[in-house]
Design a protein around this ligand. Structure first.
Ligand SMILES: NC(=O)C1=CN([C@@H]2O[C@H](COP(=O)(O)OP(=O)(O)OC[C@H]3O[C@@H](n4cnc5c(N)ncnc54)[C@H](O)[C@@H]3O)[C@@H](O)[C@H]2O)C=CC1
Ligand SMILES: CC(=O)C(=O)O
Ligand SMILES: [Mg+2]
Length: 372
């Protein structure tokens, strides 16, 4: 198969979808891999490393896309990339479509087959291609939030661990999944006073058992959210309903209950965000202030630690990339019921129910799409 790896063009996105190690696996199976010039530089992989692994390097972006059957990316295609997609392409990347109507329409109009990392499942009920980046983003959320609490950033001037004689800062994490647990672990490590809210009692049980009371667990209700707004120095938004738009859990009205200079870190921003006042920001300008509350809402947090993130992401994606290359998308998805829900758009139609619901569109069963 002819496989292309473009250089990411989203603001401050330094990850790459395939490492030279992955290129070597594909080339060894007889696939033709072409990497855009400089695509791996941000993650520390050079063109010569890809060439040594059996890939070619192409400077002409138009040619790279035109010649490809399978396109491997990290972030959702930006407008100029959507314009390059045609029905000949299978696109494999993060999409987060429920938060992006224009992108959804663009992908439908392209006629391409679009498979999202974040909706592929596993036998344990997890999201194996989201999990490594959720681990990164959860760990980064506390670093970003702690920095935002500094006065120069508009924060309240609170040091999370406190000092002897001064109580630590309070961190509340809403959603105790992969992002939430990793954020809580980091906050705990810094000496903060940490609470996790979740709707899943099973998940709260796991966390309670794992942290033996060092992290408080609270069932997520309107009252619990009100209490968090009144008391927390930092709230981290880490909820997910797979593939769907995030519920708005902290409203604008609740900001007036918060201490001025408190911080909201909305990691769920890629699914539209779980705070009413959230809007996506970039690494170039990561925060803004609404009603005295600092908001950090970067939609590609792992892009800032591109070396670690690229290695973590590609470890998880490579088996799926190999299946797509060896079998073609239809057989690869037919053969693996956990790969099948990755299909979000095919032949002008949405094939993921929660995305269709978000925009009042008809959805086609992915099992029907793979048999077309
Ligand atoms: N901004 C960024 O750079 C990145 C963002 N993310 C995003 O972070 C979000 C969280 O991802 P994961 O932790 O992997 O998901 P996950 O599925 O592991 O965890 C989500 C948790 O939210 C809980 N939840 C759902 N609705 C809730 C509610 N109303 N109240 C309280 N808890 C609720 C679920 O029970 C679950 O435990 C996703 O939107 C994901 O796309 C992930 C990586 C990078
Ligand atoms: C999950 C995601 O959106 C990211 O890693 O950028
Ligand atoms: Mg996004």
């Amino acid at each position: 198969m002819r496989i292309a790896v473009p250089k990411e063009i989203k603001n401050h996105e330094y990850r790459v979808a395939l490492t030279p190690t992955g290129a070597r696996e594909l080339a060894g199976r007889g696939h033709q891999v072409t990497v855009q010039t400089g695509a791996g530089e941000g993650a520390g992989f050079h063109d010569r490393d890809y060439e040594a692994a059996g890939a070619s390097v192409e400077a002409d972006v138009a040619l790279l896309w035109q010649n490809a059957e399978l396109i491997l990316k990290v972030k959702e295609p930006q407008a100029e990339e959507v314009a390059r997609l045609t029905p000949q392409h299978t696109l494999f990347t993060y999409l987060h479509l429920a938060a992006e109507k224009t992108l959804t329409q663009g992908l439908m109009e392209s006629g391409a087959t679009c498979i999202a990392y974040e909706t592929i499942t596993d036998a344990k009920g997890g999201l194996p291609l989201l999990a490594p980046m959720s681990t990164v983003a959860g760990r980064m959320a506390v670093q970003a939030g702690a920095h935002s609490l500094e006065k120069a950033q508009g924060g309240a001037g609170v040091l999370l661990p406190g000092v002897p004689g001064v109580a630590p800062g309070k961190v509340t994490v809403i959603g105790g999944g992969v992002v939430g647990e990793n954020a809580a672990r980091m906050a705990l490590g810094l000496g903060a006073d940490v609470t996790i809210l979740d709707k899943s009692i099973d998940r709260l049980e796991v966390l309670d058992d794992r942290y033996q009371g060092r992290i408080k667990t609270v069932y997520s209700t309107a009252d619990a959210l009100d209490e968090a707004a009144k008391t927390a120095d930092m709230i981290i938004g880490a909820v997910l309903i797979p593939g769907a738009a995030a519920p708005k859990l902290i409203t604008r009205a609740m900001l007036s209950d918060m201490q001025p200079g408190s911080v909201l870190v909305d990691v769920a921003i890629d699914q539209g965000g779980c705070f009413e006042t959230s809007r996506p920001t970039t690494h170039a300008e990561p925060t803004y202030i609404v009603d005295g509350i600092v908001h950090y809402c970067v939609a590609n947090m792992p892009g800032a630690v591109a070396r670690t993130s690229t290695l973590g992401l590609t470890n998880a994606t490579l088996p799926f990339v190999l299946a797509l290359a060896d079998k073609g998308w239809q057989r690869a998805l037919r053969d693996n019921p956990h790969f099948l829900p990755g299909l979000n758009v095919h032949n002008g139609q949405v094939t993921y129910a929660a995305v269709a619901e978000a925009f009042d569109l008809e959805s086609v069963d992915p099992a029907d799409a793979v048999n077309q």
